[in-house]
Design a protein around this ligand. Sequence first.
Ligand code: CA
Ligand code: CA
Ligand code: CA
Ligand code: CA
Length: 369
Amino acid sequence: MLSTSRPLTMRVLAAWCLALSFAARGGLAAEADIVRPEARLETDPVPHGADAADDPAIWLHPTDPAKSLIIGTDKQGALHVYGMDGHERQRVSDGCRPDNVDVLYGFKLGDRVVDLAVASTRASKASGVKVWRIDPETCTLTDVTAGGTLPVFGGRVPYGVCTYHSAKTGKTYFIVVDKAGRIEQHELHDAGAGTVKAAKVRELKLSSITEGCVADDELGFVYVAEENVGIWKFAAEPDGGDHATRVAKVGEHGLTADVEGLTIYGAAGGKGYLIASSQGSNTFVVYTREGDNGYVLTIDPKEGRIDDVNDTDGIAVINRPTSPQFPGGFLVVQDGSNKGGNQDFKLYDWRDIAGTRLLIDTEWNPRGR
Ligand code: CA
Ligand code: CA
Ligand code: CA
Ligand code: CA
């Protein structure tokens, strides 16, 4: 036994080293780097069948975390608003066909400072970007888009969108991207009478289809997912130039096309995580928020009381406590095939994801200043 066990151990060791070096070079995530949380809650399904739900955003209520909202798009219909119990509270702008949505805190509108939801819309009569004011008293959304829709790309149809509130200047923007890899940055302005308009301040370009994007307000970066290529990082200020750094590449650490939704988990000291939906592998890849956005680990959800997620488009994360069910924040992701119904959004307790490996910072404030 002893004489054969040694070569076998050596062979196992060699295979293990090979697997490790493969994982380190790229390819698949190593088993030790995979966390497998179960969804703890899901939203009501969207009303349209087939591929309809796309992108969620989280609005943190300024004073009562349990009144926070999840805002989700149905790209065949309306913008949907869900409470922290997952149930739908409101449906706005039905027929505008919103694709991506993001939240912007602290926009000066008239004599008030308000929070906004901003979505890229793809309906033929409402192609562009729409803006809603989020009322903290009623927790409802009201369309405040000057002229009904803000045109982008010279009237062409947009794909993804994210917002940017500059910590440096206090100015507010949206960044919109399209299927040809075009990127436009527009500054938001008060248009009077409680409405919001925008003016283009910068154009950028990638080589192929782009949708997912997210801005880091505090550190001043915008990340754009080029679906078949990887994740690019730009300076988010309009005078930041057109230099882009590829911080993640399809084929490395299990990142598998399409690269879809992006979101940022913020923590104190500029730390936290950039998370990407790796749609082709039904996983979510976690990178550092700071520095060169190095690979940290991979989230591969599993079925529990609630079914597993697959083919995920948009994602959103929050570090702050919301309802009593999520005292450590949560990650919400679109589910491409919801067991027994139309597509929906599923919520993961951040503590289940973080375990002992990731930061759990419930103090850092995504609302900023
Ligand atoms: Ca989004
Ligand atoms: Ca896409
Ligand atoms: Ca899975
Ligand atoms: Ca599912």
